[in-house]
Design a protein around this ligand. Structure first.
Ligand code: GRF
Length: 206
């Protein structure tokens, strides 16, 4: 029962996952300067860098990444701020055991700059989504969502920070379900098989 975490940068979700006591066996980054690698090393976790720039094609990069992941034979793979678009072959290889956290209430605002786009759209609720990764970018089955209010005087930074606090609660929770074999997907919809668990979180005063 183990987890490989893929990162590209800061690694605050990685920290939340580790601090929640989830069984992280390795952290892999496509960037050598990802701050999260430093945290992982300090915690004594195995770290590897697979620099995407070393590969001529997405397929070749994904092949090298998969080799690194498979060395650890993990039960699941968690993308935590991993900024690469994955090929359909890679995604199929880890079907139903690779997940991602995205900083919006999907299907609203897939892609980048979600907080600025939420502010520009004038939405009153924003948040984050944990979902299975499929070939459809930010479009896989939704496991859990956390909502926060958008305040009248919000800046991108303030809104991003409010969402991030909920990411750190939501992601470890969803990963524990996945590792515990509690998730069922039916007709593209995900259910957690535990009456005490909720797949949503609302932080009105966050
Ligand atoms: C988070 O906002 C996550 O939702 C998005 O990228 C960011 C990663 O932050 N996918 P961190 O590296 O976990 O601090």
């Amino acid at each position: 029962m183990s987890l490989v975490v893929l990162i590209s940068g800061r690694g605050s979700n990685l920290q939340a996952i580790v601090q929640a006591g989830l069984p992280v066996v390795a952290v892999i980054s496509n960037r050598a300067d990802a701050a999260g690698l430093e945290y992982a090393r300090k915690r004594g976790l195995a770290t590897t860098v697979v620099p995407h720039k070393d590969f001529a094609t997405r397929e070749a990069f994904d092949e090298a990444l998969a080799r690194e992941i498979d060395r650890h034979a993990p039960r699941a793979v968690a993308n935590a701020g991993f900024m690469r678009i994955l090929t359909p072959g890679f995604v199929a290889r880890y079907a139903v055991r690779i997940v991602n956290i995205h900083p919006s209430l999907l299907p609203a605002f897939p892609g980048l700059d979600t907080h600025a786009r939420a502010l520009a759209a004038g939405v009153k609720l924003h948040g984050c989504t944990v979902h299975f990764v499929t070939a459809d970018l930010d479009g896989g089955p939704i496991i859990a969502q956390a909502a926060v209010p958008v305040l009248a005087d919000d800046t991108v930074a303030a809104l991003a920070a409010r969402v991030l606090r909920q990411e750190h609660v939501l992601y470890p929770r969803a990963l524990a379900w996945l590792l515990g074999g509690k998730l069922v997907i039916l007709d593209g919809r995900v259910r957690v098989e535990d009456p005490d668990e909720k797949q949503f979180l609302f932080a009105p005063d966050a």
